[in-house]
Design a protein around this ligand. Structure first.
Ligand code: NAD
Length: 494
């Protein structure tokens, strides 16, 4: 059976950064692998008055770093059509409809349509409404819409956005991108958990002491300043990526590994998160904003950032999951800008053995903290290294019987990593297949926002003392205190 997929892509925001940096290279890789061949076409739309020829040059430039065969690039780019289009102008949809129908006939696209909204979310409602009113959706093929983050600013705005989209599309036609869900090692969480009896047997509060999720960025706010200053780390990273990771770590085993069954379990997990009362926020969530050093500006001095901005560039938090599996196990999360390094990792910290039978000559058993054996830690390295690490206790080489921590290490080899599709390529392929497993469903979005809204509201009503952390560190000291109060510490320290 041919693996070729058949579809017309309409990219709103076709001249934008996302389209050029991510979408065109990902579509090209799907083309190189034979998932897209003859029966596909792409309409790029934006306001600028580009010609098709110019558009083809832009496509070729966006693929330059792939060092591909120029003939293949030309052939690929010939499937691209540019349509100058203001998404707020109803008349422009009439032209778009005609072009869509023409390309459908020309390439034999069977009415299959994928609409990629690579634009600011305030346009999503208008676009969806016009696609319906101008009858651009087909009845003979599939219609799918892909949207980018941010999905709302809080629960109320997310609901409003969702209502606008669902006036045109059913939930099963909406693909909300969270590119973390396209990452190899995030997808691997389920493989580790449900593919290995040793882990699933231990994946609960009897054996796990705490879980730590870190999404660390080294850069400052860079070119997304205006957006970021209205958002902050909590909304930009926790509501979506971190909540998704938490739901994958905490969910029960789905009956089958299908979109529906996974969504059911993720929602159950998110619903089990303990809701904070406003007065509990400061003890459970820490916010931060970076200061200046000799080399870098402080956040408030960055371009386009207000000098009295109280936006959080760092957040750490403690989440509790109130169910039989997780009761009593803290999930610590942290993310921020201008931290020590750029990486994403998950540390599963197991309980330490209750008795240390090895050190009896040096220290009294059980009544001295130092006499305890080290905890086993399973680390899932998401990026830049992709793999797992397991910290164990082994006998120290030589005389006597001291123990020492050793590491079992698995990292994907560089060939597998370079062969592995990038998140956007993988997710576009999923959309072509009609598989929304690795996309965020509305009920997940809703629960995540409700959780985050409590924290944001408390923060909005209380003025922070910013700046409060040094670039190159792992955030404010309060983020360390958060764990120390529970007798824990971050496994990764800068
Ligand atoms: P961008 O500003 O580079 O591009 C926006 C596009 O929208 C441009 O093509 C512009 O011409 C077009 N546009 C604006 N107003 C228009 C109008 N009235 N009619 C028609 N076209 C109009 O933005 P971007 O960085 O490509 O981001 C697009 C979306 O993707 C945003 O929602 C953003 O939050 C999201 N996103 C982007 C990235 C990224 O890496 N760039 C990452 C995650 C999410």
């Amino acid at each position: 059976m041919s693996k070729e997929k058949i579809a017309l892509f309409t990219i709103f925001g076709g001249t934008g950064d996302l389209a050029q940096r991510k979408l065109y290279p990902s579509l090209f890789k799907l083309y190189q692998k034979g998932y897209l061949r003859e029966h596909f076409a792409v309409i790029g739309t934006a306001r600028r008055p580009w010609t098709d020829e110019h558009y083809h040059e832009v496509i070729a430039t966006s693929l330059a770093s792939l060092n591909a065969d120029p003939a293949a690039v030309t052939q690929f780019a010939s499937h691209f059509y540019y349509q100058s289009h203001d998404v707020t102008d109803a008349q422009h949809y009439v032209t778009l409809k005609k072009l869509s129908a023409k390309l459908d006939a020309q390439y034999g696209l069977q009415g299959n349509r994928i609409f990629y909204l690579a634009m600011a979310p305030n346009f999503f409602g208008t676009i969806a409404q016009h696609l319906r009113s101008e009858q651009i959706l087909t009845t003979n093929g599939f219609n799918r819409v892909i949207i980018e983050k941010p999905f709302g600013h809080d629960f109320a705005s997310a609901k409003e956005l969702n209502d606008q989209l669902t006036a045109t599309f059913n939930e099963n036609q909406i693909y909300r991108i969270d590119h973390y869900l396209g990452k190899e090692m995030i997808q691997n969480i389920s493989a580790i958990r449900f593919g290995n009896s040793i882990w699933e047997a231990l994946w609960n509060n009897r054996y796990i002491s705490n879980v730590q999720v870190t999404l660390s960025e080294k850069l400052g706010v860079e070119e997304r300043a205006v957006y970021y200053d209205n958002s902050g780390a909590l909304r930009d990273m926790v509501q979506n990526h971190i909540m998704q990771i938490i739901s994958l770590l905490t969910m029960d085993q789905p009956v089958e590994f299908t979109e529906h069954d996974i969504d059911v379990e993720k929602v159950k997990a998110l619903r089990s998160l303990r809701t904070l009362k406003p007065e509990e926020v400061p003890a459970n969530f820490v916010r931060g904003q970076y200061a200046a050093t000799d080399q870098v500006k402080d956040y408030r001095s960055e371009d386009k950032i207000s000098p009295d901005s109280n936006t959080d560039t760092f957040v750490a938090g403690k989440l509790m999951v109130d169910n039989y599996r997780w009761s009593g196990v803290p999930f610590y999360i942290r993310t921020g800008k201008r931290l020590a390094d750029k990486f994403t990792r998950i540390d599963i910290v197991f309980k330490r053995p209750i008795v240390n039978i090895f050190n009896h000559e040096d220290v009294q058993k059980n009544d001295d903290e130092n006499s305890r054996l080290n905890a086993n830690v399973l680390t899932i390295n998401v990026e830049p290294t992709e793999g797992f690490e397991l910290r164990m206790n082994a006998k120290h080489v030589g005389q006597g019987f001291a123990t020492t921590p050793v590491k079992l290490n698995f990292a994907l080899d560089s060939q597998s990593v370079s062969d592995s599709p990038e998140a956007y390529e993988r997710l576009l392929h999923d959309v072509l297949n009609g598989d929304a497993t690795n996309f965020t469903h509305w009920d997940e979005v809703a629960y995540s926002w409700k959780f985050v809204d409590t924290i944001q509201k408390y923060w909005d009503e209380h003025t922070p003392t910013f700046p409060n952390y040094q670039p190159g560190s792992m955030g404010p000291t309060a983020a360390d205190d958060l764990l120390q109060r529970d007798g824990h510490e971050w496994i990764y320290k800068s």
